[in-house]
Each structure stands twice: as C-alpha cells, then as structure tokens.
Design a binder for this molecule. Structure first.
Ligand SMILES: Nc1ncnc2c1ncn2[C@@H]1O[C@H](COP(=O)(O)OP(=O)(O)O)[C@@H](O)[C@H]1O
Ligand SMILES: [Mg+2]
Length: 261
C-alpha cells in the first residue's frame, strides 16, 4: 500500500480513564477501501479505541490522521463531516421517529453541512429528491417496507440496519462499526454482512469494526488487529492472526471461531 492510499492512521494513542490507562500506545493504519477488524476480550479497550479514532474521547498522547488531515483535536461531529461514518454498540437512532424520518434527518444534516438545500422549515414536508434518497437507502438495507414504523418498535436487527442506513446517509469514506452484529440471530448477522460487503463493493467504503463473531470477521475483514489490556498483541491478515501463538495464548487455546470476546 502506498502513502497516498492511506485513509486512517493512528500513532501511539494513549487514553486514560482517571489513573487507569485503557489504551496503551496503539498504532494502526487503514487504506482506502480496506476493512480492518479489531478483536479482543471484553474490556480490552476496543470501544475506547474506537472513541479515540472518532473523537469521542480525548487522547492523552498520540495522533490521528484521517483523509490527509490531522484530526487529533477535531471534535467528533467535524470528523463525521470529513467522512467518518459510525454506528454505536448501543444504538442511537431517534426512537420516537419513524425509520424514514430518521434517515431524512441524517440526509438533511449531510446537506446542511455541505451548504446544500434541505427544503424549507422543519414542519413542512422534505423535498421529493431527499425523500427518494431516504427510501433508496432504506431499500439498500432491506428495510424499506418498515419506513413508516416508529424506530422504537423495530426489532434489534432492523434497528441495527437502520443505524447503518443513518451512517451511510452521510456518504462516509470510512464506516466505523462497533459490534455491528451484537445481539443478533445468526441469520440476521449474515444479512448485515451481506449489506456491508455490498456497500464495500459498490462504494469502496473502508471499514473498521469490532466484532465477536469470527465468521463475520472471516467474511468481511482484510486484516485483523488483536487487543488485550489496551495493547495490540497481534496484527496481520486473518490467517496470520489465527496462527499467532500469543493470540492463541490469550484465547487459552480455545477454537478462535468461538473464543473472541
Ligand atoms: N467511561 C468509562 N470510565 C471508566 N472506565 C471505563 C469507561 N469505559 C470503559 N472503561 C473501562 O475501560 C476498559 C476498556 O473498556 P472498553 O473500551 O469498553 O473495552 P471493550 O470494548 O474491548 O470491551 C475496561 O476496563 C472498562 O471497564
Ligand atoms: Mg466494546
């Protein structure tokens, strides 16, 4: 990979919660269109690393570069505008709005951030092109038929799909997915995997995800990084990491297919 194709780079990140050092000097890089999976036991620091990359927690030291800019001190919402799309381990859709309204809000926010028209005032109907784009996104995620349902009433899997639609509404360069299949039935997991694969194929979006399910990782990731106690203990291709003796030790010799998390 040459220097031009690097999209996201973090160097020697350190994050503390009080006196407790949760991220202890983590570096990583993700190329354009590449998919990196971050795995490791619960409490290893995966979500905190995510927050450091997206700007939700401050780093004590280190820096983050994204799309050619030093974003280390850039707040989360500005990183989103720069093209960092994300979902959360705990969903953040507007529960009282319908699926369609949620996507409309996200699209309006993208257009506003780019100085494009968003239609008139909030109580008037959104413009037809915006509505069509919103329905198109829901359709891509296979939930167009649920457009009129209040988000609160959606199943867990459909809520996750809606969240992905919201992230995609911002046309990100990278999708940051913290446990995209958490709490899902296997069939739902594979549907999410298919959606993410399709998005990668069609839009060339890079992906950084944390994930417990090794089948998901095998299907989606180009490379894997293993964390333990806030440090990277192995990184490489899926195969390299699976055969790494240190990784096997952390997972107590368990079958890696079932041991992550
Ligand atoms: N807001 C917080 N305040 C204090 N400690 C936290 C906070 N969030 C997480 N931690 C601690 O930081 C460590 C890493 O947590 P986390 O990043 O959530 O790990 P993972 O996502 O790998 O399970 C854990 O020991 C956790 O208890
Ligand atoms: Mg986590």
């Amino acid at each position: 990979m040459n220097a031009q194709s690097l999209l996201l780079q973090a160097a020697d990140l350190r994050v503390n919660y009080g006196a407790f050092e949760v991220i202890r000097g983590v570096s990583l890089s993700v190329g354009d269109g590449e998919a990196l999976a971050i795995i490791g036991p619960n409490g290893a620091g995966k979500t905190t690393l995510f927050k450091a990359l997206t700007g939700e927690v401050n780093c004590r030291s280190g820096n983050v570069n994204f799309a050619g800019k030093d974003v280390t001190s850039m707040p989360a919402h500005e990183r989103t505008i720069e093209g960092m799309g994300r979902t959360f381990q705990v969903s953040r859709v507007f529960l009282e709005l319908t699926a369609l309204e949620n996507v409309v809000v996200a699209l309006e926010s993208r257009r506003r951030s780019r100085g494009e028209h968003t239609g008139a005032w909030w109580h008037t109907a959104p413009p037809p092109d915006l509505l069509a784009e919103a329905v198109g996104l829901l359709d891509q995620l296979g939930i167009a038929s649920l457009r009129g349902e209040t988000a609160a009433t959606l199943s867990h899997g459909d809520k996750k799909r809606l969240e992905l639609a919201l992230a995609l509404a911002l046309e990100p360069k990278i999708l940051m997915l913290d446990e995209p299949t958490a709490g899902m039935a296997p069939a739902d997991r594979m549907r999410i995997v298919e959606v993410i694969l399709r998005i990668r194929r069609e839009k060339g979006v890079a992906v950084v995800m944390t994930e417990h399910d090794m089948d998901v990782i095998f299907s989606l990731a180009d490379s894997v990084m293993v964390m333990n106690y806030g440090e990277v203990i192995a990184a490489g291709s899926v195969e390299e990491v699976r055969n790494d003796p240190t990784v096997r030790e952390v997972y107590l010799g368990k079958d890696m297919y079932h041991a992550a998390g």
